[in-house]
Ligand binder design. Structure first.
Ligand code: ITT
Length: 199
């Protein structure tokens, strides 16, 4: 069977991809299958650049097709921050959320969007990137236990629940990651044979 490496050190992302890829005729490998792999520095200046850096490094090291995502939360009242610095915004999920709520204190505009850019690399080069998004608002306090990262304070448009109050299936229907994934899947199915058995 053909396989592809999900180049992420984030186990929550990996779980979401495992669900999204259920039923596909491709085996999902993770960086856990390559214990000596060292993740590259994410020194790009956009989601696209960082996703490409991660996908390409894994593709070259593992010598199989790989994909990676770079994702984050863009908050309107903060001029798009934390954006590509979402994981570096503070040390833990709880601290990141506390810092975000503090920065938004007293601000009327709580509009935000999650962005996810997936890069696919094969044969030692980045083949294509795909961007997904989901729009919503930042709640005034965390709600829910599911998901990860900023999920407890992000309420997607059209829902009265935070991402962390949705099941993984519900989140996977509307999330930025699912949106980017669907675009990537369409591309792979339509245009490419990058996942052929020769890999
Ligand atoms: P990899 O680079 O190894 O994939 P990472 O967690 O460092 O893992 P990113 O550099 O893409 O990933 O950082 C994305 C951060 O944005 C992530 O750590 C969360 O804080 C936030 N984020 C992204 N997607 C999210 C989601 O679906 N729900 C909540 N927070 C999310």
């Amino acid at each position: 069977m053909a396989y592809i490496v999900a180049a992420t050190g984030n186990r929550h992302k990996l779980e979401e991809y495992a669900r999204l890829m259920e039923g596909q005729n491709v085996e999902l490998k993770s960086l856990n299958d390559y214990p000596n792999y060292t993740e590259p520095e994410e020194n790009g200046s956009s989601f696209e650049e960082n996703a490409s850096i991660k996908a390409l490094a894994a593709c070259k090291y593992c010598d199989v097709p790989a994909f990676a995502d770079d994702s984050g939360l863009e908050v309107e009242a903060l001029d798009g921050r934390p954006g590509i610095h979402s994981s570096r915004y503070a040390a833990t999920d709880a601290e990141r959320i506390a810092k975000l709520l503090k920065e938004l204190e007293g601000k009327e505009n709580r509009r935000a969007r999650f962005v996810c850019v997936i890069a696919i690399a094969a044969n030692g080069e980045v083949i294509e990137t795909f961007e997904g998004e989901v729009k919503g608002t930042i709640l005034t306090e965390p709600r829910g236990e599911n998901g990860f990262g900023y999920d407890p304070v992000f309420q997607p448009d059209g829902f009265d629940k935070s991402f962390a109050e949705l099941t993984q299936e519900e989140k996977n229907r509307i999330s930025h990651r699912a949106d980017a994934y669907r675009k990537a899947l369409e591309f792979v199915e339509d245009e490419m044979s990058i996942l052929d058995d020769e890999f």
